[in-house]
Design a protein around this ligand. Sequence first.
Ligand code: C2O
Ligand code: CU
Length: 440
Amino acid sequence: MDKQHHLVEYYFEASAFSWEIAPGKYMAAWGFNMQVPGPLIKARKGDTLILKFKNNLPQPTVIHWHGIRLPSSMDGTAEVQKLVEPGKEFEYRFQLEDAGTFWYHSHHNETVQVAKGMYGAIVVEDENDPVADEDKVFVIGDIKPSDVLKLTESSLSSPTPIIKEEELSHDMLLINGKLVPNISMHAGQVERWRFINSTNAGCFKLTTGRKAFHIIGSDGGLIEKPVKVTGELITPGERLEILAGPFEEGETGNVTASTNLGSTTTKPSIQTLATLSILAAKPSVAVIPETMRLIEPLCTRDAPVNRHVKLSVAESTGNGLKFMINDDVHINDQPVTVGELQVWEINNVSGMDHPFHLHGFFFQVLEINGKAPPYTAWKDTINLPPQTKIKIAWLPDNRPGIWMYHCHILSHHAAGMMANFEVIEGSKPYVPLLSAHHHH
Ligand code: C2O
Ligand code: CU
């Protein structure tokens, strides 16, 4: 067992560049090290990440580390650090305490910066990870049609849109920075696929061809036991880890994203995220484990609620909509105390989906509309469909400071559906948040 903890160092520069999303099709991107998504950060559980960052964008930015249990000062929001101005640098440094799939993204002017490509994946590996034939990361982004360009050699300085008029009405989905790429794998094998929904607003159900797959992980790493499904919802901010396959030789299919599933007014639409090619059969070393981890409940389902969070949408005077928390926009919520169990009821009284995201801490979902969720997971983002009430529990461990929660549909966040709150030191003893029990 390698108990040594290492330093993992990266240098990121944010800048504007042209990114080829498909042969001959480009977008006017903003991103890290001229890539969309930005470089994959890979580490082992317990490693310390040192990320030297330089901003060469024409506007300020800041990087948020979505799902990482770091100190408040490293959370990468405008509330805990000064924005990194054009030409300036900042060094992020924190320990990666949990294994799993996480991500980073701009947390300033997000509706523009994230849509232009300011996001990327973080994979933290662990010695207890299930054995798969391959481990792949799929970062799903969406781009605004207005960012799509065509560049030819003669017109490098004056790009013009090449996407057809009718395609310009909705955002397009990219997977690892490409429009409908091909994913290939060998027949007979089982791969671990880590999906991250980095889109601005895409709530969709994922499928892998016509095959069932096993869900093995969520926002905060592995779940207890694999769950076999034919499709699973993933909303902005969430991660979904699956074991894909085994497929048969010559099998075809697509990785798809279906939207508007619950809507009564709009009909479901199915978009192809990627095409799938199944290559010649190869032997497999993968095991679909029976048990992966024990997630001890923080409390019982009937634990008393100590905070109510209401999500609502209303017309605002002038134009547009107000996206509110407890009937107000951009609120400051009450502080919470270190070591004091939090049981929150979150009530979406609006007619829209709102993926609720808590910074810096994982929670357990106790109930969705009065029922236990289908499986237990550590979450940092959970979707609330229209008219849905959920109950979550979380424990503020010893990381005092300013934190926040918000809807991860970035335009809703920007329009007010967010709250800052403080975690304050208290007299209660510190209890470790995540249990480290593993089974083989
Ligand atoms: Cu992934 Cu406050 O965000
Ligand atoms: Cu929302």
